[in-house]
Design a protein around this ligand. Structure first.
Ligand code: GLA
Length: 698
């Protein structure tokens, strides 16, 4: 049983290797007491320190390490999780302990805190994910009587062991350049990462890794986590004036307010946190296990796909797509995806979004002739849509100009010539539900790429105003609306596989990946940029979610083999103009696709070891993927450009059974211990790559 009461006022959640403990302090506040390696006895976990240290400039509460601090209740100036205004104008919230409950079946600890004067409750849920050493935090805020306006409602505050010398690893980026790994010391004060864009964003990612500055892939303590949310979010990494480090994460409180009337609740998105005693590699493998288990189809093999975008752009039609489908099928492709350009009026990016019926000029008999052709070739059929968007030049916009996010008396700023439909509106959701259901009912579609190609501006309800509550609820209501629409379609069409895309990696997070099985992580497919990007992505997400296409970016200078090997370290796709491939290129592609299919159970579901980081300035990188029992593995080694001369690349494997014997293609046979502790030397030329198979042979 992973959850124990240590005493009447202290509890611990234990996972396979870790523990997370909390308790009521001498003032009755719910405070954090421990997060780290699992200890042998319940009584080993520390009790909260005596409440002290107040002065006229700090109350005692300022020093507490509260699990879910509210703004109010004395002189406290650290970041709160909750900020509330009550109907009578009081903006001070005192959360005190009300009740605790252990639900053994769902591995949940539920703690209820409340402000009895106003009947406001924070219902905090902690779930122990035992096998992957991760704690999930979430729950809801409830108003029992009267009215309250939430001005901040984060999901969690995570406290690190005492100290003010932590290092934060996180990801920044922009369109076409996502998942840049950043590693920086946390200084006193608050470091904020956030999205104000209506999506998770290309720019920051709601994931964190904290260590004491010395952890590496294989050793050292790492505390890590991620927020499962796809709208505006905020992360505050705070080192307090008393040298305590904590990280708060949740829905962004910027331009946010949520009104609660008696009996109403506000759900907090799940925030996951874990502890690894064995470096960043173990942290990633734990996150992979968690996120994989939450995918709609965790174990289904991901198909090798062809995508038309970089080949056809908007110029898709029946004949050209049939031709590509034939060529793709010959190579061994299993899923043919027609990207943008297929729907009514879509000649370029300035028209058509919103009208989800086939363009009569390009597809005079609908999509059926193409789909039949694709299926006769033995492939699945996939289609691109961008449901949340509308071009002003579309039938939908002409009929419903009031359906987009906008403010009256203000311009509606277009981006890529498009506006955003207000998914917070029930009528908009109903329309999209009907249009997309019809599309999926009338056509044998197996795969949907769901795109979202701009960020938000003028996020207003238009002249109608909000149906209820504060107008600023729109951000959260939009994201709720998106989940409702996508979830409803997924339930109605369970055979469809979904891909999340937002101009590349603008909306990849642990919530999206409960709706979608795969993600398009960047429009940048240049292998030399992809290597560090995929390396960063693998910090959080498993390889069976990482769609990676071989395109013409990098061609003809970068060898086709390198381009394939980069894409094979994920879910392989082809986005290149295959009509231009000569016979030897086609033969190579065919061989590598066949090899990928053979190895994909390991690549897509195996355990990932980043043997040599691909982060700049690295010029050689290596990734090992091992099956669950460490019987078989696939090793990718890449070299980009390094001035000659260089020494051979020295590799040490990881995760093997020390006493077992293994053969590594071309490099001989040794014990697991020898592969892990002595260097295997490999000479690669510039832009050369290797895919080596590892096999247990005893
Ligand atoms: C976005 C996607 C691309 C492609 C285009 C189509 O940029 O990331 O893969 O689908 O839209 O317009």
């Amino acid at each position: 049983m992973p959850i124990h009461a240590i005493s009447e006022t202290a509890w611990v959640l234990e996972t396979k290797n870790t523990a997370y403990a909390l308790a009521l302090n001498d003032q009755g506040a719910l405070v954090h007491t421990y997060w780290g390696a699992r200890l042998p006895h319940p009584s080993d976990y520390p009790m909260p320190p005596r409440s002290e240290g107040y002065a006229s400039f700090n109350g005692p509460g300022h020093l507490w390490r509260e699990e879910y601090p509210a703004y109010g209740g004395g002189l406290k100036y650290t970041e709160p999780c909750l900020k509330v205004s009550f109907a009578d104008g009081v903006r001070d919230c005192w959360l005190s302990f009300a009740q605790v409950e252990v639900d053994a079946q769902s591995c949940k600890l539920i703690v209820r805190l409340h402000d009895p004067t106003y009947g406001l409750e924070a219902h905090l849920e902690y779930t122990a994910h035992e096998a992957c050493d991760i704690i999930e935090r979430g729950g809801f805020i409830r108003c029992d009587r009267g009215q309250a306006t939430l001005e901040r409602a984060f999901s969690a505050q995570w406290h690190l062991p005492y100290g003010d010398a932590y290092r934060l690893t996180h990801f920044t980026g922009r369109w076409n350049d996502e998942f840049i790994l950043r590693r920086e010391p946390l200084a006193h004060g608050v470091k904020v990462l956030e999205s104000r864009r209506l999506t998770t964003s290309h720019h920051h990612h709601p994931s964190f890794f904290l260590d004491r500055g010395t952890a590496d892939e294989d050793q050292g303590e790492v505390w890590f986590g991620t927020l499962a949310y796809s709208g505006n979010w905020k992360l505050c990494a705070e080192v307090t004036d008393f040298g305590s480090t904590r990280l708060s994460l949740g829905i962004n409180d910027w331009d946010f307010a949520w009104e609660l009337s008696a009996g109403q609740t506000f759900r907090l998105p799940s925030c996951f946190g874990g502890y690894s005693a064995a470096g960043f590699g173990q942290a990633s493998r734990n996150l992979h296990e968690l996120i994989r288990a939450r995918l709609p189809n965790p174990n289904a093999p991901r198909k090798v796909l062809f995508n038309s975008w970089e080949v056809s752009y908007f110029a898709v039609d029946v004949e050209s797509q049939k031709h590509y489908a034939e060529l793709a099928a010959e190579l061994g492709v299993e899923l043919f995806v027609m990207d943008d350009g297929w729907f009514k009026g879509r000649l370029y990016d300035n028209a058509g979004l919103g009208d989800w019926t086939p363009d009569p000029q390009k597809f005079p008999d609908g999509l059926k002739p193409l789909i039949d052709h694709v299926k006769n070739l033995g492939m699945d059929f996939g289609l691109w849509v961008e449901p949340e968007m509308v071009n002003p030049d579309s039938d939908l916009y002409r009929q419903h100009p009031d359906w987009v996010l906008h403010f009256p008396n203000r311009p509606r700023t277009t981006a890529r010539n498009q506006l955003i439909l207000n998914l917070a509106r029930a009528d908009v959701r109903q329309h999209l539900m009907d249009a997309l259901s019809r599309l999926l009912r009338e056509n044998a579609i197996d795969f949907i790429k769901w795109d979202m190609n701009r960020n938000a501006s003028e996020v207003g309800w238009g002249a109608d105003g909000p149906p209820q509550g504060d107008a600023r609820q729109i951000w959260v209501a939009y994201t709720d609306g998106l989940y409702e629409l996508w979830g409803g379609l997924a339930r109605q069409f369970p055979h469809v596989t979904w891909q999340t895309c937002s101009g590349g990696g603008g909306r990849v997070d642990a919530a999206m990946l409960t709706l979608a099985d795969q993600a398009w992580i960047s429009d940048n497919t240049d292998p030399t940029r992809r290597l560090p990007m995929q390396d960063s992505y693998s910090y959080v997400f498993p390889l069976n979610t990482l769609e990676s296409w071989v395109t013409d970016m990098g061609a003809p200078y970068l060898p086709l083999t390198l381009r394939f090997h980069v894409s094979m370290a994920g879910v392989l796709g082809i986005g290149a103009n295959i009509t231009r491939w000569n016979d030897s290129q086609k033969a190579l592609a065919k061989r590598l696709i066949a090899q990928y299919k053979q190895l994909r159970p390991i690549i897509q579901r195996g355990k990932v070891y980043r043997l040599l980081s691909a982060q700049p300035p690295a010029t050689t990188s290596a990734l090992l993927v091992l099956d669950d029992r460490a019987d078989e593995g696939v090793l990718f080694v890449y070299r980009t450009y390094a001035p000659s001369p260089t020494l051979p690349t020295a590799l040490r494997l990881r995760g093997l059974i020390p006493e077992a014997r293994y053969r590594l293609d071309g490099l001989g046979e040794k014990s697991g211990a020898a592969w892990m502790h002595s260097d295997a030397l490999l000479s690669l030329d510039n832009f050369e790559s290797r895919l080596l198979r590892l096999k247990r042979i005893d």
